[in-house]
Design a protein around this ligand. Structure first.
Ligand code: AMP
Ligand code: ZN
Length: 134
């Protein structure tokens, strides 16, 4: 995709701090990290979001996320790990080339990835189950 910054980074046209690379993906350090070691898994082929991503790349991305989480946890000695993936502006996506955030967590780091829990009412539960099973 022309003019997609993550296509250019993933394919080596723009340099980036690379933690891992194979024929399908490049893993780079995020330039605006939430925590020390915050990295991004970028597929080399363009898909704007999870809806456009092939099943094959989706499966490979999850396996890679697991491998990176293990390696990064060992190397960085973090205390926990978040894997985050945003789709659409409403969900916080700002770069429209699929990516997975790998966010090492350190006790007391104050990284805000939490929300206030609501309540699952019987009415809403039934509505969702009906829609999902239609
Ligand atoms: P999202 O909000 O899920 O679309 O995440 C986009 C992420 O890309 C943010 O965490 C940015 O800090 C990061 N980012 C944007 N441009 C670059 C870049 N050129 N190199 C590395 N990370 C970037
Ligand atoms: Zn792209």
């Amino acid at each position: 995709m022309e003019n997609c910054i993550f296509c250019k980074i993933a394919n080596g046209e723009i340099p980036a701090a690379t933690l891992y690379e194979d024929e399908d993906f490049r893993v780079i350090l995020d330039l605006g990290p939430a925590s020390k070691g915050h990295a991004l898994i970028l597929p080399k082929s363009h898909a704007a979001n999870i809806y456009e991503l092939s099943d094959e790349l989706a499966a490979k991305a999850m396996i890679l996320a697991k491998k990176m989480a293990v390696k990064m946890t060992e190397a960085l000695k973090c205390d926990g790990f978040n894997i985050v993936q945003n789709n659409g502006e409403t969900a916080g996506q700002t770069v429209f080339h699929f990516h997975m955030h790998l966010i090492p967590r350190y006790t007391g780091d104050g990284v805000g990835l939490t929300w206030t829990p609501g309540t699952l009412t019987d009415e809403i539960k039934e509505e969702i189950l009906t829609k999902m099973n239609a």
